[in-house]
Design a protein around this ligand. Structure first.
Ligand SMILES: Cc1cc2nc3c(=O)[nH]c(=O)nc-3n(C[C@H](O)[C@H](O)[C@H](O)COP(=O)(O)OP(=O)(O)OC[C@H]3O[C@@H](n4cnc5c(N)ncnc54)[C@H](O)[C@@H]3O)c2cc1C
Length: 456
């Protein structure tokens, strides 16, 4: 047996710990760089690895929930964080929630005890030359490394602020109240057959009364508390003003702005509506739709309540709420391969929130994949891509196949998974069918790629 290949992991958060563990348990020697406690971030409080910066919830533990299914996939791939989370769990109904300091200190001890992981407390200021490397420095990546990464990937591929509108599933939109049309095109119904083309937007028309009621609710809705103190004073880009802020500028501002009905005729009435909320496709499969111009800082329960007043969205299922916060992440459709490798620099893997996934569990899951691919590359094997039927595989596909123009960070949800065939109407049965299909595909893939412990 030759010497163990070396894998360098930068960032000892959720993704970095999983990546180092995945590499070390698959035959590599892992060097894990973490800049805390010597160098702090605006959110972390301690020097512990895998510190949870805000909520203590790792979301649902149920297999019939997309985040729960992702956890089941991670467990099969040898996650180190999930067993520790269960050791440090606090009562939280169907969710897996932890005691954060206990969780982080237990993770830190466990990592330090691993004979093949060396933790180095040092900021990495440039993308390392030696590969393989896993970059897992998270939403608060230090400035110098962020600059170096931006140089490596090419102009404009690293983003520093997340201002996204809510995303809903196509199947939860009541199409009988909406119509498809683009402002610049004629509506489907008007077009001559030869000119018929796929219309880009789903339009939710509003009467004057509906608009007034919506505006009143929007003005009364409550703002979320900023995650970081600096976010409260961050000036808005004029093109990216929160929808509630626009509403405060005057009763007609929205109707002349993102909700303007110009160029849109409701085919059911033959008239131009008083106002129109437009939804734009977010993924290639057309299952996810984002509310155009609805970037917002409202609390999530208020978003659900107020945005469900929009005709056609009364039953909308929100896979992602609007947020506006500091977040360093790559435009992965342009920057990444589905193996988590940088297109511009093979051998440099990226993991965690830096890839454009959102959330503790999603970040950790991508960490496992990046770690195991790094060790495969180091030992002369080809990096792998999880099957699309799995939540992990679907996240990779979302990251790398979404139209870069509409790419926004994403968390685990069923809408990014391929449709079941045949379709299952009942929601609970459908979730179970997704779980069965995912775990079967994962098992077969792990066997084929020898990822079941025999890959080291
Ligand atoms: C303020 C805030 C609140 C959030 N609240 C939630 C929440 O409630 N729930 C949720 O699911 N998600 C939340 N998130 C998102 C959350 O950060 C991610 O879900 C998760 O922590 C990402 O994991 P990660 O490993 O990618 O990054 P992190 O967990 O942030 O880990 C990155 C690590 O890299 C280190 N690092 C950075 N730069 C360098 C460098 N140059 N050299 C060496 N080390 C470096 C950092 O110190 C950090 O330890 C929040 C994010 C922020 C910023």
């Amino acid at each position: 047996m030759g010497p163990r290949p070396l894998v360098t992991v930068v960032g000892g958060g959720l993704a970095g710990v999983e990546a180092a563990w995945a590499a070390a348990t698959r035959g590599a020697q892992a060097l894990l760089y973490e800049m805390r406690p010597g160098q702090r971030t605006p959110a972390h409080q301690t020097g512990d690895l895998a510190e949870l910066v805000c909520s203590n919830s790792l979301k649902s533990a149920r297999l019939t929930n997309a985040a729960g299914l992702l956890k089941a996939e991670m467990a099969r791939l040898g996650s180190v964080l999930l067993p520790i989370a269960r050791e440090c769990a606090v009562p939280a109904g169907e969710a897996l929630a932890v005691d954060p300091p206990l969780f982080a200190s237990t993770v830190t001890d466990r990592v330090h005890q691993h004979p093949e992981i060396t933790v180095i407390r040092q900021e990495v200021t440039e993308v390392p030359e030696e590969t393989p490397v896993v970059l897992a420095t998270g939403p608060l990546t230090s400035d110098s490394l962020a600059n170096s990464l931006a140089e490596t990937t090419g102009t404009g591929l690293l983003r520093f602020f997340d201002a996204v509108a809510p995303t809903v599933t196509l199947e939860s939109i009541d199409q009988s109240q909406a119509f498809r049309a683009s402002r610049r095109n004629r509506s489907m119904e008007d077009a001559a057959p030869a000119a018929v083309q796929v219309e880009d937007y789903i339009n939710c028309p509003m009467s004057r009364e509906e608009y007034d009621a919506f505006l009143a609710a929007l003005l009364e809705a409550e703002q979320a508390r900023p995650h970081l103190p600096e976010e409260a004073s961050t000036p808005f880009f004029e093109a990216c003003i929160p929808v509630e802020e626009l509403a405060r500028r005057g009763p007609r501002t929205l109707a002349y702005g993102p909700l303007r009905p110009v160029g849109l005729t409701d085919p059911r009435t033959g008239r131009r509506p008083h106002a129109v909320v437009q939804l734009r496709q977010q993924d290639r499969a057309g299952t996810l739709w984002g509310l155009v111009g609805f970037q917002t800082r409202l609390r999530w329960p208020d978003q659900k309540r107020v945005f469900r007043m929009i005709p056609g969205l009364q039953q909308a299922e929100f896979v992602r709420y609007g947020v506006m916060h500091r977040n360093t992440y790559l435009c992965s459709p342009e920057a990444l391969l589905p193996t988590c490798e940088l297109r511009a620099r093979p051998g440099i893997f990226v993991a965690g929130q830096l890839t454009g996934v959102e959330g503790y569990v999603e970040s950790a899951a991508i960490g496992i994949l990046a770690g195991l691919n790094a060790v495969r590359l180091a030992s002369g094997r080809t990096p792998v891509i999880p099957p699309p039927e799995t939540v992990l595989g679907s996240l990779c596909r979302y990251l790398t196949e979404t139209d870069p123009k509409v790419f926004a960070p994403m968390n685990a949800n069923y809408a990014i998974l391929p449709e079941l065939s045949p379709r299952v109407a009942d929601k609970r049965a459908r979730a179970q069918a997704h779980a069965d299909r995912s775990l079967a595909a994962l098992g077969a893939w792990m066997k084929e790629e020898r990822l079941d412990g025999s890959d080291s």
